[in-house]
Design a protein around this ligand. Structure first.
Ligand code: NDP
Length: 315
């Protein structure tokens, strides 16, 4: 892709809506973009760049990463770093960039889970790869049952004190630990900004487990990852498994998940959606955004066409 990037001057009038993240000063776009797939070194840089430009040009100001997104691990952050240099440095203050640590990242005892040692080193590495001075949001990517919660949470407090992150969040923590986190962080004046969990029409666990209610009650934002169930809640698999799809790669979305019962449920929802003049993807995203306490849906996209289709949920 050639040429100097100049962002769409009408990006904030293109239909994006912004929602307050819990009881904070931060507004997040209702649709945010995740870098888990499609932004690694194995993917075409030009296509990644096209998707990110399209997103920003349509008001998507929040990009979500993690240390080990790729593949290989770290390379999605490197892609973001390259994009900062190529296109986005002038727009840094219009972007809300998050990263995380909690899953396996490097070998040995200090590259996984929730120790202070891991979180601190990982964020430093992330900042170098992304070529950023700070991230807007740093997450503990998962609950670690073997590290004292105080240790993980104090590391989050300290990265804010050090100016390496502006806000902190947690992802995939159980309710009781989330309660503890909210209290611990509040007492240290680094309030828990957001909880990242999987909520979609096929997986309602955060609702059933009381996470959403807790977030609403405590003024914590909630962002839903894999809102399209990795593509199941779109028309992608209604007529077989396309060659270029995530399911055809078979690693994170397995063909065995697409049982005849699930397929018939998806077809039924697809039919219902079309009766309302929507696609299944639009219906799935709208359903999440209607739940109380939900701030944003964190979608993935392998093309600008998918992104533009998904943005129609805001109409
Ligand atoms: P989605 O559920 O939105 O799935 C995205 C995939 O669905 C796309 O890559 C594409 O797959 C397909 N798709 C999207 N839109 C359409 C469409 N309109 N028509 C047809 N197919 C479509 O989200 P992800 O699973 O990608 O997760 C999103 C983000 O959430 C991640 O990037 C990450 O930031 C975060 N996340 C966080 C986790 C955590 O532990 N905290 C765990 C997982 C994700 P295809 O490649 O087949 O085209």
């Amino acid at each position: 892709m050639e040429g100097q990037y100049s962002a769409n001057p009408n990006r904030y009038e293109s239909g994006m809506q912004y929602e307050r993240c819990g009881r904070s000063g931060v507004l997040l776009p209702k649709v945010s973009l995740g870098f888990w797939h499609n932004f690694g070194a194995v993917d075409s840089y030009d296509r990644s760049r096209e998707i990110v430009r399209y997103a920003f040009d349509h008001g998507i100001t929040h990009f979500d990463l993690a240390n080990n997104y790729g593949p290989p691990y770290g390379s999605a952050e490197e892609t973001l770093g390259r994009l900062m240099d190529d296109d986005f440095r002038p727009y840094r203050d219009e972007l809300f960039i998050s990263t995380k640590a909690g899953y396996d990242m490097w070998q040995g005892p200090y590259g996984n889970w929730g120790s202070r040692k891991y979180l601190m080193a990982s964020l430093d590495q992330s900042l170098r790869r992304m070529k950023l001075d700070y991230v807007d949001l740093f997450y503990s990517h998962r609950y670690d049952p073997e590290t004292p919660l105080e240790e993980t949470l104090q590391a989050l407090v300290d990265v804010v004190r050090q100016g390496k992150a502006l806000y902190v969040g947690i992802s995939r923590w159980p309710l009781e630990a989330t309660r503890f986190a909210a209290q611990y962080l509040k007492e240290r004046d680094v309030p828990l900004l957001i909880y990242q969990g999987r909520l979609n029409m096929l997986d309602r666990a955060p609702m059933e487990e009381g996470i959403l209610d807790f977030c609403a009650q405590e003024g914590i934002g909630f962002i839903s990852f894999s809102p399209l169930a990795q593509g199941l809640l779109t028309d992608r698999y209604l007529n077989g498994i396309p060659e270029d799809s995530r399911m055809s790669k078979g690693k994170f979305l397995k063909a065995s998940m697409l049982t005849p019962e699930l397929l018939s449920q998806l077809q039924q929802w697809n039919h219902q959606a079309s009766e309302h003049g929507m696609t299944l993807a639009e219906m799935a995203l709208t359903w999440i955004l209607q739940q109380h306490a939900v701030t944003s849906v964190l979608i993935g996209a392998s093309s600008t066409l998918q992104l533009s289709n998904n943005l129609r949920c805001l109409k």
